[in-house]
Design a protein around this ligand. Structure first.
Ligand SMILES: [Zn+2]
Ligand SMILES: [Zn+2]
Length: 141
């Protein structure tokens, strides 16, 4: 394992067999609602490199602007968002980076859905910004 993380209460733990670096920061309204926050930064990793212990609950988020359904995996005990799987990229886990144990090396790779960015959030990191869908990671199956 090169990276580990967990939910707030610790009932869900996970490991990644590769070290994530770049963040896909999602400013969409649905991520804002799920997190109760202004955005969710995600690290995209192949599902096959992602192992979870515990039993996350899954909310099937079908009311999306993109039309892509999103399976939102979260802790049913403490509510932490853990990861999402998007219908258009079924072999990729987008892991909510706030749940990682080590985060110092992370930096934004892109910002998506900035059309619903909260006005007070200034994006000064130089990463590309997309008003809507930033496009999904190419998958190697
Ligand atoms: Zn929990
Ligand atoms: Zn989102």
């Amino acid at each position: 394992m090169n990276a580990t993380g967990r939910c707030l209460c610790g009932n869900i733990e996970y490991g990644l067999s590769q070290e994530p670096v770049g963040l896909d920061v999602c400013h969409c309204k649905n991520c804002q609602r799920q997190a109760g926050a202004s955005f969710i930064p995600f690290v995209a990793v192949p599902l096959s490199d992602f192992s979870v212990s515990g039993s996350p609950k899954i909310f099937m988020d079908t009311d999306t602007v993109s039309g892509n359904g999103v399976a939102r995996h979260f802790c049913g005990d403490c509510g932490s968002p853990i990861y999402v799987v998007v219908a258009g990229a079924p072999n990729t886990a987008y892991v909510a980076s706030g749940t990682l144990d080590v985060t110092e090396h992370l930096h934004p790779k892109c910002h998506g859905w900035t059309s619903t960015r909260h006005a007070w959030v200034s994006l000064t990191d130089g990463a590309p910004q997309y008003e809507m869908d930033p496009g999904l990671q190419p998958e190697s199956v």
